[in-house]
Design a protein around this ligand. Sequence first.
Ligand SMILES: CC(C)(COP(=O)(O)OP(=O)(O)OC[C@H]1O[C@@H](n2cnc3c(N)ncnc32)[C@H](O)[C@@H]1OP(=O)(O)O)[C@@H](O)C(=O)NCCC(=O)NCCS
Length: 399
Amino acid sequence: MTDHTTRPLAQDELRAANTLFRGTLHVAPSTDEEWTRTVASYQPGRTLGVLDAELIGTARSFDSALTVPGGARVPLGSVTGVGVRADRTRRGVLTELMRAQLGDFADRGLVAANLYASEGLIYGRFGYGVATLARKCVVDRRRATVRAGAPVGGEVELLDLETAKARLPEIYDAFGGDRPGGMSRSEYWWPGLFRQLQRSESPVVTVLHHGASGIDGYVVYHSARPNPVDPAVLRVEEFHTATPEAYAQLWRFLLGVDLIDSIEVSALPTDDPVELLFTDPRAVKVTDTWDETWLRLVDVPGALAARERGDTELVIEVTDPVLPVNSGRYLVSRDAVTRTEASPQLSMGVDVLAMIYLGTWRPSALASVGRVEVADAEVARRADLLFSTRSAAWCGTFF
Ligand SMILES: CC(C)(COP(=O)(O)OP(=O)(O)OC[C@H]1O[C@@H](n2cnc3c(N)ncnc32)[C@H](O)[C@@H]1OP(=O)(O)O)[C@@H](O)C(=O)NCCC(=O)NCCS
């Protein structure tokens, strides 16, 4: 690309970036009132623009922390607002933005980056891989009954949206995002959720669960009935719990809401046991399983060292064309991660390492489709052990 400048945008250029981005999604520009609320999501200094005579492409990010297997949290850049003007696509503008953004992340000492992808063919070339999956489920309210013997206890409390705005950030901080793939939520994340909830035509209800040690779970929902003759759906936008009691009790509450036919949850972890909570597992229909977040390891040795590893050791070769400092061979064991010149037993691109990193995909499965080169089947088995995890990775924070 020539005759272009790529640089962080100043505060007074952010609205143009927002208009450009919305245009690429076929959405009209923000009204003045919407923009007043939207600008709160822009972390200062973190919106990049590509300019020729005018702004033609943009991408932004905000700081978070990623939970990795074993429970450690590493500095994360969460990427959003990516768009290139329709008359300037397919000539390297996004490539320029991604290179600049990843270079900036590396300079800032971020260990990883994540994003939600609009399409599956865009981000692999920049080293992102599908790293968490989520299930969309619909529960038939009249068919679902919580099994006798499911945990009981605690009390629920309802909050309206205004109260929830004030209280949810602190509540989420106490136990949210603690699975591998989960993330912290900064002051730049919450305004987006509340803007989305405010668009609901029905009241937005937050239900807190008070357990033995304080608040240990919450759901946020609103109802939707597209037409008076259609069945009424209760849409769950947030479902986070820290204890089995909170989980079962919040489901009991949701099933007890009158005038509702079904309960829809758009992003549950793949190992969420909702079917098993009910007497009839077929009260739950899984209507979709989707590539929830894409992950990019910005600091490969730092990321490998931060997560827990199984009791074996392997030499892994990683190739990273965008951040070549990551390319090389690593001796990875339960106790340490070091660079080595030894012959590799596994080789993969940095995008594939991201797919393996949170435990969503096993190295042996990726080897079976030619995404990982392995010396032999025994190496594949040991690689599965090295990267095994105790629970399914899940983000649960849309941005
Ligand atoms: C997706 C988007 C940002 C790509 O921007 P772009 O400037 O055209 O991308 P580039 O020219 O840098 O493309 C780099 C490579 O990715 C490919 N690519 C880019 N977008 C692609 C897409 N949507 N589908 C398939 N391939 C794509 C290009 O063909 C190119 O391949 P090549 O290197 O083999 O030639 C742009 O098309 C866009 O704004 N789309 C609508 C909004 C959107 O989806 N944003 C992403 C939100 S997560």
